[in-house]
Design a protein around this ligand. Sequence first.
Ligand code: NAD
Length: 264
Amino acid sequence: MSTQDKVAIVTGAAAVLGSAIVRAFVQAGMQVVAVDIDIARGEALAAELGPRCRFAACDIASDAALDALVAEALQDAGRIDFVVNNAVVYGDAGMSATRGEWLHALDVNLVSGAMLVQKTADALAVHGGAVVNMGSVGGKFGAAGRALYPAAKAAILQLTRNQAASLAPRGVRVNSVSPGWTWSDALSRMAGNDRALADRIAAPMHPLGRAGDADDVARVVLFLCSDAARFVTGADIPVDGGFSMLGPDQGRSARDWFGAALPE
Ligand SMILES: NC(=O)c1ccc[n+]([C@@H]2O[C@H](COP(=O)([O-])OP(=O)(O)OC[C@H]3O[C@@H](n4cnc5c(N)ncnc54)[C@H](O)[C@@H]3O)[C@@H](O)[C@H]2O)c1
């Protein structure tokens, strides 16, 4: 397997989605540096996964912390092959957000990942590595009441193309993955931890008929890092059960809509 003994840095690794990516990477034979500010969950993940996973308590919004993270990874493992920018803050006051809230959201959700790529680019170029940035269906469509998160997620898709173009000459691939609604802490909170309810509400928006699983996303992130994707760069892969292929007509023709609305 092309990922055996490769070294990955995964941010936002303590929560459900990030930890699924870390698990998939460890199962694929990688050494993973699992990065988060949630120390309790990060340490629990590392304890569960054993020596192939090292937890690094690191605030990605700090350049000094990122410098130390990269230096330690290189000292410990001697190489960095993959970076997965997955960490996020969801706080979003939409049109009422203050400048400070805007800057914090953009800092964690966009700029910090860009800084991590900048700081790892030389190491990634040594063996022809890969970056995966986490997008979202939230960055592709209008939604009332939100602004900060979707703006950052939309920007990540463009940043991915620019990073891919900049790093292609050095043999480093950069892609993004855009999940739909995925069973995670946020979705579980909204659904009162009722997975069947989440699937029922998600089904009309996700033609495959359910919310995503963290592992659905992790498999595609792993694919993008593996040699199976060796000629893929600057791409966004939706992992959304078909959410983003639909328009406002929800995949039904005008004939269907009129047929349903008008009496026989
Ligand atoms: N859950 C979904 O339905 C969904 C849908 C589409 C996209 N996504 C994307 O998937 C990714 C993971 O989402 P999630 O739902 O698991 O989020 P989450 O909030 O559950 O987890 C995010 C993790 O990032 C960590 N983090 C936050 N700020 C940090 C910082 N400054 N430094 C280091 N770590 C920090 C948090 O501690 C947390 O463990 C995000 O990029 C999100 O945009 C999620």
